[in-house]
Design a protein around this ligand. Structure first.
Ligand SMILES: Cc1cc2nc3c(=O)[nH]c(=O)nc-3n(C[C@H](O)[C@H](O)[C@H](O)COP(=O)(O)O)c2cc1C
Length: 210
């Protein structure tokens, strides 16, 4: 079977991690690199990954996440956040970086600059936030697929109070807001989800050739 498909069958939403095993710093660095390399609309990368290692912080976040145990007992809790300021400053940041890496001047990028400024200036703020959130989900998927390849377990967690988590981590002060949590670690043999079948609809239910 294709390795990617094998990985997708291997991964599952892990509810209980084996707390005697910890994801290494080297693996964490690679996870961060995968996040960094994720594609985003207009190249804007409107996101930030907060890596929570502090046990007390994780416990507080669990309290804001319906007391889901996997949010506390894990190797690291990744908090995928969206940038609340998709604006001219972010456009400048991207263009400066692009000019530097490509050894060209900002002037050479002025056509693209007009497009980006049109996008951030003419799009209502609430849509820009939806834009950011969508990009964050794309990066989440990259990380999920990579974790499966590394045989590191995880559980995306959407069931949490965003405002509470943002307050615990003071994210809004930095102009970020949480989108999704991702505890990572190694599965416990006692995890009840481990014994469950992967439940997916039949092919004919989920696609059509037209
Ligand atoms: C965006 C998103 C949010 C999720 N939120 C939660 C959650 O809050 N708690 C939880 O236990 N699982 C959560 N899950 C896990 C899903 O329930 C799980 O991925 C789905 O049932 C498919 O099962 P599988 O991942 O084991 O293949 C979430 C998954 C996704 C993709």
């Amino acid at each position: 079977m294709n390795k990617f498909i094998e990985n997708l069958n291997w991964r599952y939403a892990t509810k209980e991690f084996d707390t005697s095993k910890k994801v290494s710093r080297g693996d964490l660095d690679e996870i961060i690199e995968v996040f960094r390399l994720s594609a985003s609309g207009f190249w804007l990368q409107p996101w930030k990954l907060f890596v929570i290692e502090d046990e007390d912080l994780k416990k507080q976040i669990m309290g804001a996440a319906w007391n889901q145990k996997q949010v506390w007992e894990n190797s690291y809790l990744l908090v995928f956040a969206k940038n609340l300021n998709v604006d001219k400053n972010l456009v400048d940041k991207y263009l400066d970086r692009s000019a530097e890496l490509n050894w060209i001047s900002r002037y050479d990028l002025s056509g693209y600059e007009q497009t980006l400024l049109w996008f951030v200036d003419s799009t209502p703020r609430e849509y820009l936030q939806i834009f950011s959130e969508n990009q964050v989900y794309l990066s989440l998927w990259n990380v999920l697929a990579f974790l499966a390849d590394k045989k590191i377990d995880s559980c995306p967690v959407w069931g949490f109070d965003n405002e509470k988590v943002d307050a615990i981590l003071s994210l809004r002060d930095k102009w970020f807001a949480s989108v999704i949590l991702l505890p990572i670690g190694y599965r416990s043999e006692n995890d009840t989800n481990l014994k469950r079948k992967k439940v997916r609809f039949e092919k004919e239910d989920i696609f059509e050739i037209m």
